[in-house]
Design a protein around this ligand. Structure first.
Ligand code: FAD
Length: 458
């Protein structure tokens, strides 16, 4: 019997019926996430875990046999983080999909990792509560994936990212042992903050099998403001002013190329000649809400906006938001995409937007820029013809230039999508040799054999 057959037989003996999959088509479908540029290998098998015990069994066998394990949620990632490596076990957590508890008085929920973000929102809404983190992929991404990437989103500018909503985790380590971090209390400083260590670790330090998440009361109905600008830099100035004066519950930006892509994909009546489209919200309600919207409008006008309006009508507000949610799918319709996810300090946003325009012109490529402007986290997206070899080289060069521009502005190569395989080569540029050494020693303390999601992050 070959070594491969032995592993498969060992796994089949400990896993429930149907959990181990070797069908070629299914493996192909679980080989990569949404980052078409990042490399992926062929998995040995897919395991659809149904319990923490299944995850433990897989990791024990994988450790004993030195087989790489790639944890996987819904596969909506944008950095190749869930991409298979050659001969690995892809460990899907999507069948661990139960909301285990909603404690309305304690303002928390306990969930398994395969619950979709939208499913938790719906489950807690029944009790008048709200789970805040809202990546644009909220309807189809898993909470396990959100935790492992520390996903951001639209309302994070006011309510924080996924990591800000976590109280505790259950994690299976590479050797199959289980640790619980944090707990159910709001404050907890007993020991190192291991919860924060696992959040955003992209499946390289452990497999998240349960999470205790913070809930909030539902905020009041939001008022939505839109503004258009004749220059991108003007919109950038408006963003920094709005952040200095108010607490928006959303502050998103789309440039002309992105608005044109959205209009071509789904006509919504956007001004396709404006250089930038800003979308802001206040959910403060009452007099404070009115004051916030007035301050946002004044900041836009002072920064040269050519059109500013707002609506308190929820349906209209949602329609305006649709344009922003369609930004990436619409750009994808225009060709192959290389999506950046850079973040800069708020005061440097105008410079980042100018740098992206300059890079697009210098490299002769189309870049559509959109993103969470209020967090300084933008997604300049290089669009190119995948069948044109020269265009591919230019696209990669523009992608790299944008990463370096963000670093020069004191920023980061990734604000929310994670490093994955796509940005792994740029980690030393951001962290430096000392930072990389510390990261490697943390990795080897938790995963000494290096079986967990190798080739990602570090
Ligand atoms: C249209 C679109 C819009 C998006 N918008 C946003 C956005 O606004 N903000 C944002 O942050 N992201 C966004 N994303 C990216 C993506 O949806 C997020 O990164 C999301 O958190 C990934 O969740 P997933 O369940 O699909 O995880 P996957 O893609 O399956 O995995 C992501 C990473 O997490 C690891 N992982 C998954 N589950 C576990 C687990 N249980 N334990 C340990 N590691 C695990 C994987 O190994 C991988 O490294 C968007 C994606 C798309 C396609």
């Amino acid at each position: 019997m070959s070594a491969t057959d032995e592993v498969l037989r060992e796994l089949a003996a400990v896993l429930p019926e149907g959990a181990l999959v070797t069908d070629g088509d299914v493996l192909e479908a679980h080989r990569r996430d949404q980052a078409e540029w990042a490399a992926s290998g062929r998995p040995l098998a897919l395991v659809r875990a149904t319990s923490t015990e299944d995850v433990r069994a897989v990791l024990r066998i994988a450790s004993a046999r030195r087989i790489p394990v790639v944890p996987r949620g819904a596969g909506s990632g944008l950095s190749g983080g869930a991409n298979a490596v050659e001969g690995c076990l892809v460990l899907s957590l999507m069948r661990m999909n139960r909301v285990l508890e909603v404690d309305a008085r304690g303002m928390l929920a306990v969930v398994q990792p395969g619950v979709l973000n939208a499913e938790l929102k719906a489950a807690v809404a029944e009790k008048g509560l709200w789970y805040a983190p809202d990546p644009a992929s909220w309807e189809f991404s898993s909470l396990g994936g959100n935790l492992a990437t520390n996903a951001g989103g639209l309302c994070c500018v006011k309510y924080g990212v996924t990591g800000d909503a976590v109280l505790g985790l259950e994690v299976v380590l590479a050797d199959g042992s289980v640790v619980r971090t944090g707990g159910r209390t709001v404050k907890n400083v007993a020991g190192y903050d291991l919860t924060r260590l696992f959040v955003g670790s992209e499946g390289t330090l452990g497999v998240i099998t349960e999470a205790t998440l913070k809930l909030r009361p539902r905020p009041p109905k939001a008022t939505t403001l839109v503004a258009t600008f004749p220059t991108l830099a003007g919109a950038g100035v408006a963003v920094t002013d709005i952040m200095a004066r108010t607490r928006p519950s959303m502050l998103e930006l789309m440039d002309r190329a992105t608005c044109r892509a959205v209009e071509a994909y789904k006509p919504l009546g956007l001004d396709v000649d404006a250089a930038a489209f800003l979308l802001a919200r206040s959910d403060a309600g009452g007099e404070q809400g009115v004051a916030e919207i007035e301050a946002m409008a004044a900041a836009c006008e002072a920064a040269g906006a050519t059109f500013v309006t707002h609506t308190g009508d929820e349906a209209e507000g949602e329609l305006l938001l649709t344009a922003r949610r369609l930004a990436y799918p619409a750009l994808e319709k225009q060709g192959a995409t290389l999506l950046d996810d850079v973040g800069v300090p708020l005061s440097r946003i105008p410079e980042l937007l100018e740098a992206v325009e300059r890079i697009a012109a210098e490299r002769g490529v189309l870049v559509g820029t959109f993103g969470h402007a209020g967090d300084g986290n933008m997604h300049p997206t290089v669009v190119f013809d995948r069948s044109d070899a020269v265009a591919r080289v230019k696209a990669q060069a523009a992608f790299d230039d944008i990463l370096h521009a963000a670093l020069e502005l004191g920023g980061t190569i990734t604000g929310e999508h994670g490093v994955g395989a796509l940005k792994q080569p740029f980690m030393t540029s951001q962290l430096g040799e000392e930072g990389m050494r510390l990261h490697r020693s943390i990795k080897s303390a938790l995963d000494p054999l290096g079986i967990l999601n190798p080739g990602k992050v570090l």
